[in-house]
Design a protein around this ligand. Structure first.
Ligand SMILES: [Zn+2]
Length: 446
């Protein structure tokens, strides 16, 4: 069964996925598969140091033991997957994706064309491909933070993945997202024309709570809120962003969502909108381009997560002498500085990219190099995309770690990511829940 034709990749899918494809419907799991993945180097997602020559014993979908290679007899019938030339890591987690967005390339019509001219069936078909792209690149879990006008499409994609109809990562979905009137695209059309919006727009705490209830009822694992919208550079050369929801509106959403034991992710660039996000009790600040020292301290105090998205702001800059071109450059200039300050202050940071804002054919893992550029060690960046991200998702011990009891989500690279984190842009082996999705020959580099 091949899912990755055209990329020079062969997808070796074993167990459940293949069975379900052949039968046309998910089949019950057959006899529990027991096997050992032998890691030349193991970065387990939690420890600060890698370990050499480790065996990872997997039963079905879970890891049952990790121990020095060859120190225990293999149980009868155990299959050995020898990745002795490779570095093995937990499956990666991207906490900020948009599978229903296909880049915002101006020449291809940017954002608007996707809502105005693409049939929903076409958007869904491409979302299926995007989900597969995430998995191919070693991202076995994503938090997909809204569908940009494609309604509850993410809920269906997640279901199809979980039931084995299509390949893709584990998904935490946010469905429609919430902003205010004047607080989200599409805009700039004649007021007489009703255009679709990329988020559910509310005004007032009552509507805010109702929108959260609707989204939670229909399957949102997270609620995504836009706390800032337009941004520009003012006469003093400062980045300004327009705040959207009031603290009261956000509090209604947070209160409702926490009642469901779910969390709220807030898009916020800087300024009053970001402050309202913190005062309103947001669980994660998305982007956070410009954080003041006081805001950083508030994040530490409240335990607020920071999901920076450094790479995406390097794309598609307008000419430098235009207002939008100045804004594009200012965003880049501020973001790395805020990241470094937050890191040094001990803010909890999880890996996010905003992929979908850039095309899915580009490496999602390019973000690692940016995180290192702005102050993280490669190990810190890896942990941000594994055990730390799992903590944000409320899945510690289940995801983002190679340890007994965790899902058997593993990747392998032939390079040495602790020497050059760009090695993570070339993932050679991907396993999700004990099923090998991708396996390309791993060159010996040791
Ligand atoms: Zn986003």
């Amino acid at each position: 069964m091949r899912y990755a034709a055209g990329l020079g990749v062969f997808a070796l899918c074993v167990s459940r996925l293949c069975v379900s494809q052949e039968a046309g419907a998910p089949a019950a799991a057959s006899a529990v598969h027991v096997f050992v993945v032998r890691a030349g180097t193991l970065i387990d997602g939690r420890s600060d140091r890698p370990q050499q020559n480790q065996d990872i014993l997997i039963r079905g979908e879970r890891i049952v033991a990790v121990y020095p290679a060859g120190t225990r007899p293999l149980p009868a019938g155990t299959e050995l997957l020898d990745l002795g030339a490779a570095t093995v890591l937990p499956g990666l987690i991207d906490c900020h994706t948009h599978i229903f967005l296909q880049g915002e390339v101006p020449a291809a019509g940017g954002y608007d064309v996707q809502l105005l001219k693409y049939p929903l069936s076409y958007r869904t078909a491409r979302a299926v491909v995007a989900a597969r792209r995430a998995l191919e690149q070693g991202f076995t879990t994503i938090r997909d933070v809204e569908t940009e006008g494609a309604g509850y499409g993410d809920v269906g994609i997640k279901q199809a993945i979980n039931e084995g109809y299509i390949p893709g990562p584990r998904m935490f979905v946010a469905t429609r997202a919430i902003s205010t009137t004047g607080g989200y695209n599409l805009e700039g059309y004649a007021p007489e024309i009703v255009v679709p919006k990329g988020a559910q727009l509310i005004d007032g705490p009552v509507e805010a709570r109702k929108a959260a209830r609707e989204q939670l009822e229909h399957g949102a694992d997270w609620i995504k809120v836009y706390m800032t919208h337009r941004s520009w550079v003012d006469e003093k050369g400062e980045l300004v962003s327009q705040p959207t929801l009031t603290v009261e509106e956000l509090r209604a959403i947070v209160d409702e969502t926490h009642g469901w034991h779910r969390k709220v992710a807030c898009h916020a660039y800087n300024g009053p909108g970001l402050q309202r996000a913190l005062d309103g009790g947001c669980d994660s600040i998305e982007h956070g381009l410009e954080l003041t020292d006081a805001q950083i301290q508030q994040m530490v105090r409240q335990g607020t997560w920071y999901v920076p998205t450094l790479s995406v702001y390097y794309y598609d800059h307008d000419p430098p002498d235009t207002p939008s071109g100045k804004r594009d450059r200012k965003r880049v200039a501020l973001h790395g500085v805020s990241f470094g300050k937050a890191l040094r202050a001990g803010v909890r940071i999880a890996f996010g990219t905003d992929v979908g804002g850039f095309v899915w054919s580009d490496p999602i893992a390019q973000e690692f190099a940016r995180m290192v550029e702005f102050g993280m060690t490669p190990m810190q960046a890896i942990q941000a995309a594994t055990s730390r991200a799992a903590e944000l998702l409320g899945a510690s011990g289940d995801l983002g770690v190679v340890a007994p009891g965790a899902h058997a989500d593993l990747i392998a690279v032939s390079g040495k990511p602790l020497d050059d984190v760009k090695a993570l842009e070339s993932v050679a082996f991907v396993m999700k829940g004990g099923s090998v999705f991708r396996s390309t020959p791993v060159a010996a580099t040791r």
